[in-house]
Design a protein around this ligand. Structure first.
Ligand SMILES: NC(=O)c1ccc[n+]([C@@H]2O[C@H](COP(=O)([O-])OP(=O)(O)OC[C@H]3O[C@@H](n4cnc5c(N)ncnc54)[C@H](O)[C@@H]3O)[C@@H](O)[C@H]2O)c1
Length: 471
């Protein structure tokens, strides 16, 4: 072991088969059991993984189809420019724990675990090019039968939900004649590192997510990554695959949001940095899980009104805000999606449970439920509505005017008896979940359908055919 590599492992001691980390009180916590690991694809993800896994005491095989990258690593040089990578790569290669090869077969046979970090670039139509992953799966299928131990394949390349279960796993099984979950394991562990800060991101991920169908994969990965200072969460393969897309889409939306606010601020002579700093200081509604649960469309007296006013300001100032301009159309698409699901049942007696824009208020302005009711009435459906917060006779001002213009005879459609509404309806749209609503909906019959907009407990509604609005 080189002195340089030891220096990079400052507070860590090496024992025969376990890295030990000395905590402040002198206790010794296991860092990672040593494994023999192959890494396919030595780009940003693979090169950083190779260097960090070797640093953590694992025996590492790096595989790439690019001879230049292999040669660089062989010489102890990093194939990517990243802070700290040149030093780390030199240290781990000098330390003797790294082998590079262009032979997939050699690497698979020599190791227990394979991390697959090959590129998944976009095709011209936006779809992923899975050629490299498929090539790996086919080669693995040929080599696996030669192994006497159970091999773990960890896909780290970003892939669409279903890629592992519907493409990679069947390909490996077909060629090898072996069974996933029995003879070998395959799982998905999304990578969250960012270029530029990749080593520190590798060591401090937000969490370690493992999409795995079997315990073996989880336990192996726990032995490799369990020492990281974050939660380790097991989920399904499909969820883990989708999660990576959701995270990256969210990051892209955040950047675009800040930039659109920036352009609007610039045109309105406002400091966008100060605005966004203050936006981020609100940890209750802004930087928080609030508004981030899939559910029904937004409405009410503020969000649509203020969004429209902001877009008007942008138009007046000649500022284009394509993302914010598409928020209202997207919200309308969500309402239309709910309407379509009700129409698809073919049932004509519709019971609406909850009418205001959110449960517990009588504010009907811009309520997406009102938009649904308007549509159903227009289609000649028989609509009955229950919302204990809404007393039409007591509505005043803009709220009253809004509903009178939208659904003039609304009072004749309302009932105060939720049980009677459930009893008479062929299809129920449930937008609230007070105790009395839950009790009534639990009595729904098998001949009825329920569209859930409110996330009913257990995602069911008595014996009725159940559908979630977007789940
Ligand atoms: N770059 C990031 O910050 C980042 C972060 C998280 C996830 N990801 C995902 O990880 C994957 C890899 O990303 P990257 O940026 O490291 O890609 P990259 O293009 O930098 O590297 C991919 C490497 O795979 C090699 N390769 C291609 N086919 C191969 C094969 N059959 N066998 C062995 N090697 C092969 C290429 O030569 C290349 O060196 C992608 O799916 C990407 O979406 C990237």
């Amino acid at each position: 072991m080189s002195l340089q590599l030891d220096a990079l492992r400052v507070s860590k001691q090496y024992t025969r088969d376990v890295w030990l980390d000395e905590s402040a009180d002198g206790d010794v916590a296991p860092v990672a059991a040593q494994r023999s690991i192959s890494i396919f694809g030595l780009g940003y993800v693979g090169a950083v993984s190779l260097a960090c896994l070797a640093r953590d005491g694992h025996e590492v095989y790096g595989v790439d189809i690019d001879p230049t990258k292999l040669e660089l690593v062989r010489q102890g040089r990093s194939p990517i420019i990243e802070e700290g990578m040149q030093e780390l790569m030199r240290a781990v290669v000098n330390g003797g724990g790294v082998t590079v090869t262009d032979s997939m077969r050699e690497a698979i046979l020599a190791t227990d675990v394979s991390f697959v970090c090959v590129g998944t670039p976009p095709k011209s139509n936006g779809n992923q090019d899975l050629t490299a992953l498929l090539r790996f799966a086919e080669e693995l299928g040929h080599v696996l039968p030669e192994k006497s131990t159970r091999h773990l394949i960890v896909i780290r390349s970003t892939v669409k939900p279903g890629t592992i279960d519907e493409l990679l796993k069947p390909t490996i099984e077909k060629i090898s004649g072996l069974k996933a979950g029995v003879d070998f394991s395959i799982c998905f562990q999304p990578e969250f590192l960012r270029e530029g800060t990749s080593i520190s991101d590798y060591d401090n991920p937000p969490f370690t997510i493992v999409g795995a169908d079997d315990d073996f994969a989880m336990e192996e990965l726990r032995s490799i990554f369990g020492h990281l200072p974050c939660e380790m969460i097991r989920t399904s393969v499909r969820t883990a695959e989708m999660l990576k897309y959701a995270c990256n889409a969210f990051h892209a939306v955040k950047v675009t949001f800040a930039n659109e606010i920036g352009r609007l601020c610039q045109s309105a002579n406002v400091d966008p940095h100060e605005v966004m700093k203050l936006v981020c200081m609100d940890r209750q509604l802004n930087i928080s899980p609030a508004y981030l649960r899939p559910g029904f469309a937004f409405g009410g007296s503020c969000l649509p009104k203020d969004l429209k006013a902001m877009l008007y300001l942008a138009k007046t100032n000649d500022v284009e805000l394509p993302m914010l301009a598409n928020v209202m159309p997207s919200n309308r698409t969500h309402i239309d999606h709910a309407i379509t699901q009700v129409l698809e049942t073919g049932k004509r007696k519709v019971g609406i449970v909850g009418l205001s824009f959110k449960a517990g208020t009588d504010d009907l302005r811009e309520s997406p439920l009102v938009a649904m009711v308007e549509y159903f009435i227009g289609k000649g459906l028989d609509v009955c509505i229950y919302d204990p917060s809404v007393n039409i006779a007591r509505l005043v001002g803009a709220n009253r005017r809004f509903i009178e213009e939208s659904i003039p005879h609304i009072a004749s459609l309302m009932t105060t008896d939720v049980n009677a509404l459930v009893e008479r309806s062929e299809v129920l749209v449930v937008a609230m979940k007070s105790p009395e609503v839950l009790e009534a909906v639990a009595k729904a019959r098998a001949d009825q359908s329920v569209l859930d907009l409110a996330q009913l407990p257990d995602r069911r509604a008595g014996d009725a055919e159940y559908r979630g609005v977007c789940w």
